[in-house]
Design a binder for this molecule. Sequence first.
Ligand code: ATP
Length: 531
Amino acid sequence: MEKESSFLFSGITFNRKKFAGDFARFKEKKESDDTQEKPNLIENGSFTKEEVKLMRSDKKRKRKTAISDPVEGFSVFKSSKSKAVDEVIAQTEDEILEGKKEYHRQLERDALFRKKHNIHVSGSNLPSPLQNFTELRTRYNCKSYILRNLAELGFREPTPIQRQAIPVLLSGRECFACAPTGSGKTFAFLCPILMKLVHASKDGIRAVILCPTRELAAQTARECKKLSKGKKFHIKLMTKQLTKSADFSKLPCDILIATPFRVQFAIRKRKLDLSKVEFLVLDESDKLFELGLVKQVDAVVKACSNPSILRSLFSATLPDTVEDLARTIMHDAVRVIIGRKNSASESIKQKLIFVGSEEGKLLALRQSFAESLNPPVLLFVQNKERAKELHKELKYDNIRADVIHADLPQIQRESAIDNFRSGKTWVLIATDVIARGMDFKGVNCVINYDFPDSPAAYIHRIGRSGRAGRSGEAITLYTEADVPFLRNIANVMTASGCEVPEWILALPKKKWRKHRPHRESISTKSKDEDE
Ligand SMILES: Nc1ncnc2c1ncn2[C@@H]1O[C@H](COP(=O)(O)OP(=O)(O)OP(=O)(O)O)[C@@H](O)[C@H]1O
């Protein structure tokens, strides 16, 4: 009898000659079983910490039984199994240790990578930033149509906000994101939404994106369609017409993009059901939390009652007050800040020009345009009356200028933007209605004809130039009346690396209340001339 089998069969006489065939088969099978089993247990890496614990306790239990209840013939069987378990435990422990080490090495690599890209994050269990767009497929199984569309748009690398915010949202976490103007925040939320929704469906609205203005909502809807090209998602921009006439219970809609006013109206009047919404994005979130909009936003947030909803806030400016308010509704949110919070894009050259009084502004503007006009140029003024007045003035100078403000009918607002985008108009005079989010790719220069009413307004206005890594210029005209507010703008300028005269930095710090002084009329014509 073979040595290995002798323990189990002791006392039995076996006719090896007679049963030679069976014996050989039995032997073969046993050997092959042995080789398969052990590596399987370890190589599959199939032991979790809990399983190792269980093994340990099982082993202890068995040891106890072995001491208290020795049964002859079983002790060897037990010790060989116990040896195997020991080996498995030792190897699994090694693996866990190695896993832990690798985990820490990965944390270090992530920290270095974030530092390189100026990404600051806080929160627990942070997902690694994206090294490249290919990781969307390798880590998150991204469908090829998205990667194809990103490539068609000419995006080679994710921007810093995309590197971090996309994995955060894909790993099912809520998110506060603050990144400079023109740094690609729109795709940072569109990409994970499309990836998570996977297919179009007719089961109700699954994602809502709120924007403070109609123009921005329309632009976001267009970008969303570009990224989803090749996939038949139902992407709806909530227009006035849709709000008034659509039967939302029958309208297929995966992603709804709208201003809070329109959504709230539809919830009230047309029984818009948002109870299945899985993603809610508040774009330009600090603007949405301002007094005029916060009630409507609140109504939308309440209507999105799905308990597993993911909410995210995006903006280039995120005051602490807004963060505190938002935290009350968010769960375990990750905070992602690119560069310094509330700072302007570093690719914009910023200048301050003293013009003495209101009259001085028009002179300075005419002189500057006469010396060099490098269109397209965006001119920001304090209100719609001043926008109309300045438009009339520039018409005299044969400058191809147009105007946009909230009083204009929608169709005129759209055509003003289209003409500016296509280069038909060189100068667009605007109120703050287009200061946020609008992506005019080639704007060379932003002129703050009227001083902005807050540092946030300044950051967003000048952020219409210098987008997606391009360079831009921002000129801010100021009068004596604006001097007390200069220091706040100067702080933004120095934070983004621009030079500011010493005397401005020596001005006393002033707590910023909205600076909207009464300004004299821009018009150089008398009223009689107008009539
Ligand atoms: N990965 C990328 N590579 C190159 N360009 C990109 C990338 N992602 C976005 N862009 C482009 O950058 C520009 C600005 O993007 P976007 O409008 O999303 O900026 P933003 O951060 O939302 O700005 P704002 O704060 O003004 O709203 C767009 O023209 C967009 O097409």
